[in-house]
Design a protein. Sequence first.
Length: 119
Amino acid sequence: MKNLLIAAALALAPAGASAADLSGVWKVHGVFTGVIDYTATCTFRQAGANLAGPCVDPQNNTNAQAKGAVDGGAIEFGYDARFSGLALHLDYKGSLQPDGTLKGVIDTGGPQGAFTANR
């Protein structure tokens, strides 16, 4: 009887926290204080833990293919871009916030920035 109660309790318990599907269009606002302030539109497709899709920033002539991963509430993605004629790779690392937005840091291998993103 005890095993039956445990099985019933497990069946009725909510499933463990699963990662939200981040597929869709995101407005990604990046800031490198005093240097660059931009907004890119990224259209992500999530398949399991993999994330991919185009990121377009008309202000800086960027139309790049982003690739990344989702692990629970953590997200990482990156793409190659050009700012003021300088080629660089942008690595975004952040997390899904309780309000459904994304927030984190941008690493270029040099200066670091911050980003927020919303649907």
